[in-house]
Design a protein around this ligand. Structure first.
Ligand SMILES: CCCCCCCC/C=C\CCCCCCCC(=O)OC[C@H](COP(=O)(O)OP(=O)(O)OC[C@H]1O[C@@H](n2ccc(N)nc2=O)[C@H](O)[C@@H]1O)OC(=O)CCCCCCC/C=C\CCCCCCCC
Ligand SMILES: O=P([O-])([O-])O[C@@H]1[C@@H](O)[C@H](O)[C@@H](O)[C@H](O)[C@@H]1O
Ligand SMILES: [Mg+2]
Ligand SMILES: [Mg+2]
Length: 222
């Protein structure tokens, strides 16, 4: 949903910045790499220590690189399969660090086995959501459904909740409950998304097989 509705807005806002980076000689690949390194560092330095506010601020600053890199590649006319592969692969690395960082907090000082398990569920199910589409596309099937919770939703829900929950450190009360709720929403939502995509790909696979069988029959008859 966010991918569909917010992308146009962010493209308009980030285009001048992307153009400036290109003028400075920065490449889209460099932005992808630095953005990922920053997101991973923010997640693994701050989240395992329970510093959710600063972790979220750092990750948010770097994660927008994921919108800038493609924008730069399109402006420069250099979008290519390597860039698409690098972008998607490093997205998985950043996602693993974010939910891994939260799991480490709950496994350690956060001392909550259930929320540690829910963070791992978010990590694993989010990766499977992405895998369903990647594998379907590699088999020539379009996977024509985005599903309930795409990557942008997973990140926005988690980061807004973590950022606000982190205000607890500055004395704001009644905000810590937001992060557990967000993790449950993302974990269960991602499972639903996996199911939605699997059912869509199953239908697409059977339709493709039926079409191929009809083609063979037609060829035999003529
Ligand atoms: C009180 C609290 C207030 C909080 C307010 C928070 C407001 C934030 C609200 C909304 C943020 C909305 C984010 C919207 C996301 C937009 C949707 C979207 O576009 O998502 C997808 C993208 C990028 O996807 P992708 O990488 O696939 O696209 P690209 O454009 O890069 O194109 C890829 C192609 O480009 C080519 N290419 C790429 C790279 C390369 N090197 N070479 C290439 O050639 C190639 O062809 C590729 O195929 O983005 C995301 O998924 C990232 C989502 C970002 C989410 C930000 C989350 C931040 C949210 C909240 C932070 C809150 C902080 C709160 C602090 C609270 C304190 C009180
Ligand atoms: O499938 P999903 O994980 O929700 O979202 C995906 C991103 O995570 C991936 O990195 C991108 O390349 C895909 O185009 C798609 O947007
Ligand atoms: Mg990107
Ligand atoms: Mg990306």
């Amino acid at each position: 949903m966010l991918n569909k509705y917010a992308r146009a807005f962010f493209t308009r806002v980030l285009t001048p910045f992307a153009a400036l980076l290109l003028r400075w000689g920065v490449s889209p690949d460099a932005v992808t790499l630095v953005g990922t390194a920053g997101s991973v560092a923010g997640a693994l330095v701050f989240f395992p220590r329970g510093e959710f506010f600063w972790g979220t601020i750092t990750i948010t600053l770097f994660i927008f690189s994921d919108l800038v890199d493609g924008n730069m590649a399109r402006q420069a006319g250099t979008s290519n399969k390597w860039g698409a592969f690098l972008d998607s692969t490093l997205d998985r690395v950043a996602d693993a660090a974010i939910f891994g960082g939260l799991a480490l907090w709950y496994a350690g000082k956060g001392d909550n086995d259930l929320l540690c398990a829910v963070s791992i569920l978010c990590l694993a199910s989010g990766q499977v959501v992405s895998y369903t589409k990647a594998r379907a596309e590699s088999l020539g099937l379009p996977c024509k459904v985005s599903g309930l919770v795409e990557r942008a939703e997973r990140l926005v829900i988690t980061l807004v909740a973590a950022g606000v929950a982190g205000l607890h450190t500055f004395g704001v009360s009644y905000v810590q409950w937001l992060l557990p709720v967000a993790l449950w929403v993302v974990g269960v939502g991602s499972l639903v998304t996996v199911l939605q995509r699997m059912l869509t790909v199953r239908r697409e696979a059977f339709e493709a097989a039926a079409l191929a069988a009809r083609g063979t029959d037609d060829a035999r008859e003529s």
